[in-house]
Design a protein around this ligand. Structure first.
Ligand code: SF4
Length: 460
């Protein structure tokens, strides 16, 4: 038995708070170390998860079928109408196309699909191989757009050309190309766009209802339950409210620069951040004090209704330890606060796409002994899960098997889940799920908890 080692090249992306006199200087925003088997998704996947919930658009993946399968129905994003987003179309590039080029094939496939499904727009995603063979996807899109009369938008997301964050940027550019092409008639001066909310398990509907109860008009949600026509008129809103800031801040900045729309960053996870999101939006409209009054009443009523149930879960969860590994660091802040509210301690927190400011903020929030990690891999997550003897891991589809194999409770807080975890109702769902997983009796039988086991050691 020996302790799990960390790759030398990865050591500067991991920090344990309270490490003697070592100053906090976590490295981040860099390409994943080759061979480290990063948990991070590729550029294409980054763009796909952002655009996926636009339900009346066609999503065509230009590349081999594997890329399309990898992202097929990738989010639990619900639609109140069309469900075209749930289909995954691929140009199915083969060796011949790769040698002679795939533009003709792309042209015919997109034409056929538009004739068959009559979408309101089409997003055409470039994958790794397109970057290698150099197909002019933009030219094909222009030609089809002119012939079919709907926006056909290239998404420049060749998988290898950067990190998942570059995929977010490609998606923002694609959305930005739609914004400004619709009428702003009927848009109230007290209106917002909700950015970075993907309607997983119906979360966008919950959040939209809160804002509407305050008296605000929601012009568009990007991209949860998204519609092309709503996105086209998003430039008429008075404020952009950005959640999942890692993915959507680029778009908010573009809209500020071009249309003068200010933006604020919010989170809808946990009681504290959910309430701040409503107050911060109300503050933006000082000439309408009734918005703040309604926000206060809403917060009071919602919290009163759920407090007894949350208290019951807190009793059992006090002192249990959690590891958080999520896509964006802003969500990690909310999860730290939400888990603390439930009485839990944070043993590890990390993200795929955090920036230096995010990590500095995390370092300030965390207690001594907490491990902060950027762009982790399965070995690192396993190492700290065992060494810190955690009771719960929070992550996504790629972290779930790590937790279960180690005999640790798990809560899916990523885009594949079907359960709403945002808003006040979401906090109850979150607490219920965390409680059910942490207190499950099966973990007592896991090898790491068996007699004589040394935390942090593994058979090599
Ligand atoms: S774009 Fe590249 S890295 Fe991404 S799924 Fe396709 S082949 Fe893999």
């Amino acid at each position: 038995m020996s302790a799990i080692p960390i790759l030398k090249e990865r050591q500067k992306q991991i920090y344990e708070k309270g490490e003697g006199s070592v100053p906090f200087d976590l490295q981040c925003e860099k390409q994943s170390v080759a061979g480290s088997v990063s948990q991070r998704a590729c550029v294409f996947c980054g763009s796909r998860v952002v655009l996926y919930p636009v339900a009346d658009a066609l999503h065509v993946v230009h590349g081999p079928p594997g890329c399309a399968v990898y992202t097929w129905d990738i989010r639990g994003s619900l639609s109140s109408g069309p469900e075209l987003h749930r289909l995954s179309f691929s140009t199915d590039l083969t060796e011949t196309d790769i040698i002679y080029g795939g533009e003709k094939k792309l042209y015919h496939i997109v034409n056929d699909l538009i004739d068959t499904y009559h979408p309101n727009a089409a997003f055409i995603y470039s994958t790794c191989i397109i970057g290698v063979i150099g197909d002019d996807v933009g030219a094909v899109c222009k030609r089809v757009e002119a012939e079919k009369g709907i926006p056909v938008i290239p998404v420049h997301s060749e998988g290898f050309k950067g990190t998942k964050k570059d995929g977010y940027r490609a998606a923002c550019e694609a959305l930005f190309s739609l914004i400004g092409s619709g009428s702003t008639e009927g848009i109230s001066p007290r209106s917002i766009n909700i950015l970075g909310e993907f309607n997983i398990g119906g979360e966008a509907w919950i959040i939209k209802k809160y804002y509407e109860r305050m008296g605000l008009q929601v012009v568009s949600v990007m991209t949860g339950d998204g519609r092309v026509d709503e996105i086209r008129r998003a430039h008429g809103a008075a404020l952009n409210v950005v959640q999942c800031s890692g993915s959507m801040t680029t778009l908010a900045k573009m809209m500020k620069e071009t249309y003068g729309i200010p933006f604020i960053r919010v989170s809808y996870f946990g009681l504290e951040d959910m309430s701040s999101a409503l107050y911060d939006v109300a503050k933006h409209f000082p000439d309408a004090p009734e918005l703040m009054e309604r926000a206060r009443a809403l917060v009071r009523d919602e919290i009163q209704a759920i407090t007894p149930e949350l208290k019951a879960y807190r009793e059992d969860l006090r002192g249990k330890k959690a590891a958080i590994y999520v896509g964006g660091a802003f969500k990690a802040f909310s999860l730290v606060k939400a888990l603390r509210y439930l009485g839990m301690e944070i043993a590890l927190v990390g993200s795929q796409t955090g920036n230096p400011d995010d990590y500095r903020q995390l370092e300030e929030m965390c207690d001594a002994g907490t491990v902060i990690v950027d762009d982790a891999n399965p070995l690192e997550l396993s190492k700290y899960a065992l060494e810190k003897d955690i009771d719960l891991m929070i992550g996504g589809v790629k972290e779930r098997p790590i937790a279960y194999k180690l005999g640790i409770g798990f809560c899916d807080h990523n885009h594949e889940r079907k359960l709403p975890l945002a808003g006040y109702v979401g906090m109850v769902n979150f607490a219920k799920e965390v409680h059910a997983s942490v207190t499950c009796p099966i973990w007592k039988l896991s090898p790491r908890r068996s007699k004589g086991r040394v935390p942090g050691m593994i058979r090599m």
